[in-house]
Design a protein around this ligand. Structure first.
Ligand code: AMP
Ligand code: MG
Length: 346
């Protein structure tokens, strides 16, 4: 499906409250009509459609070019909507909702029939969260339906952290974009399967393992997050993601980066480095991008996808990236970088 025009509703600080609501009302109206609109959340921008409408949900897969076996996360405005979606809420799930919702934790539970089949890619479970963003919440309330929404990027590309990124990827492919500026967390939500006896982590994200275990005790972690030889338990985690156009190489020993850069230069390649504030002056490359400070991993998460997109804008052909410690938010950051590198680790 293609659209002559993609609306760009700017919900920024220059508008008063009534003008804000007018934009959001229009976007909500399109969702109730079975169309797809992009909207900001605290993690990344989402691409939303009515989760109870099979035809509407299929338009999301088409717009993104997303493989149909990759299930979507359903966004709701309040826990009272869970009744429409799931058969039961185990007590661990309830505890996590109380602690982390609204927020970047997606909880998987056994689903009801009413959820459109393509939302869950045919699985018996459904992934759900309440986003922590005023525009998303107002949109969800006005649309008054659960909204299935993956990240609003073309499949395989870095997730969008601004309305501008969404427009770049999806103009002409969806009816409209609610622009609310830059997102906060900058990485997708943590995905936790609470339909199992002991919850299983499928995707590290904005809420850390340490934070979850402080509330419900020990959880399991999908073995594929630790070993490349395991097949991921969550269908979406098997795909390469977040990749810039150029070759992206993770370099564990930072001192090797100048050596690798020199070699690539000698081969006539346009080079790039993904670094941090602390090390930005140590490299010579065509494109040097600093994504926040190592001392503050939240700043790295916030700027990571914007940084990866910069290499495309500046046409880097080979990019060498520093790595981060596997703890707290570093686990989610490394997960995205490893996917971007598609196994290319030096
Ligand atoms: P995205 O919408 O791009 O943020 O990706 C959603 C992630 O949640 C993907 O990695 C999916 O595989 C995962 N997911 C969604 N629903 C389920 C489910 N029912 N079971 C397992 N994983 C799921
Ligand atoms: Mg995504």
């Amino acid at each position: 499906m293609s659209y002559k025009q993609t609306f760009f509703w700017s919900v920024d600080n220059f508008l008063n409250k009534d003008q804000h609501s007018e934009c959001i009302r229009e976007a909500a109206m399109w969702i109730t009509k079975g169309e797809v609109v992009a909207f900001p959340t605290e993690t990344v921008y989402g691409l939303g459609a009515n989760a109870l409408d099979e035809t509407a949900v299929k338009k999301i897969f088409e717009a993104k070019g997303r493989p149909s076996d990759n299930p979507l996360i359903v966004h709701i405005a309040s826990v009272s909507q869970l009744d429409q979606l799931v058969t039961a809420i185990p007590s661990v799930a309830k505890q996590l909702m109380d602690q982390f919702w609204p927020g970047p934790l997606t909880i998987i539970l056994n689903k009801k029939e009413s959820v459109a089949k393509s939302v869950t890619a045919g699985l018996d479970t459904v992934a759900i969260r309440i986003p922590d963003h005023p525009i998303a919440i107002e949109l969800l309330k006005l649309a008054d339906v659960p909204v299935a929404a993956p990240s609003a990027n073309l499949s395989g590309k870095p997730s969008p952290t601004s309305g501008k990124h969404v427009y770049h990827d999806l103009k002409g492919r969806i009816v409209g974009i609610l622009d609310g500026g830059q997102t906060g967390v900058g990485l997708e939500s943590t995905v936790l399967d609470c339909s199992k006896e002991i919850p299983v982590l499928y995707r590290p994200g904005g809420v850390t393992i340490e934070e979850i275990e402080a509330v419900i005790g020990k959880i399991k972690v999908d073995p594929s997050l630790k070993s490349k030889d395991e097949v991921p338990l969550s269908p979406g985690m098997k795909y390469t993601h977040y990749a810039p156009d150029g070759t992206f190489v993770l370099v564990r020993d930072q001192k090797q980066i100048p050596v690798l850069l020199a070699k690539a230069k000698a081969e006539g390649k346009r080079t790039g480095v993904l670094t941090t504030k602390e090390n930005v002056d140590t490299y010579e490359a065509d494109v040097i991008v600093s994504c926040g400070s190592r001392a503050d991993l939240a700043s790295v998460a916030n700027q990571l996808y914007e940084s990866l997109r910069t290499f495309d804008e500046k046409k880097a052909e080979i990019i060498f990236s520093e790595t981060f410690p596997y703890e707290n938010l570093g686990i989610a950051i490394m997960n995205r970088l490893e996917k971007a590198a598609g196994g290319s680790i030096f």
